[in-house]
Design a protein around this ligand. Sequence first.
Ligand code: XIL
Length: 302
Amino acid sequence: AGTLGSAAAAKGRYFGTAVSAQYLGESGYVSTLDREFSSVTPENEMKWDAVEATRGAFTFGPADRIVNHAQSRGMSVRGHTLVWHSQLPGWVAGLGAADLRSAMNNHITKVMQHYKGKVFAWDVVNEAFQDGSSGARRSSPFQDKLGNGFIEEAFRTARAADPAAELCYNDYNTDGVNAKSNAVYAMVKDFKARGVPIDCVGFQSHFNSASPVPSDYRANLQRFADLGVDVQVTELDIEGSGSAQAASYGNAVSACLAVSRCTGITVWGVTDKYSWRSGGTPLLFDGAYTKKPAYDAVLAAL
Ligand code: XIL
């Protein structure tokens, strides 16, 4: 097959990209998106500060534009993200515990109900664990005021809001076996044992020379899959260029394909020129939408 989406489909997977609504009027962006990708994740448009900047007042326009575009082209949509410490409006951090709990549950419920039947998987909770060796939770308004139980509560609320959607936990620096991924692993294992609804774990997979594709990436994806959840590569980008970058991309894609429950891969943007890593070249298409060696390596690995 000659495109990322069709090659992935032949392997029973999706191949997605993060999309920003502001570029949907640019012909090179849209033609590349439409030709190559079978799934999209709104890069910022579904985050709390974008959809509920003011308590109880929901703004879905920019996210709707992405979802409508995806639906019109038969692409699936990953929802990103419901509960996260970042891109969180100030009013949330100012709430007391009881108010914060009801605001979190209302936010999850209203956003998921709006996209019911249109979003196949949600990053219900994003980045709730610390980096480093502690395996501890990250400080956030949710963690600090609601305690460890906030993640479980968020997933239970999400299941009730849209029982058909896959509910994912998503994080970074959890791609290989390490203290942080061990802590997420323990949480998922506990959720499965106690019947807390969780269906998938997302591995952001932001790689660079200091944090390359881990040698135990496949093994780590597999151990999570063995807990009875799907795994997804959710925000893949790899700094670098040329053949070295291409080889890393090929390895990352092969790792997912080697895990039967690795159901899809999303890269974090269409083109280097709009990457969140300003100045870097971590994606599959250059600023002119020309295919890079990394693109060829991904297609060959699919
Ligand atoms: C990034 C976006 O790409 C940027 O445009 C924005 O300014 C900041 O957030 N982990 C995540 C994503 O889960 O939501 C982040 O996206 C990148 C890191």
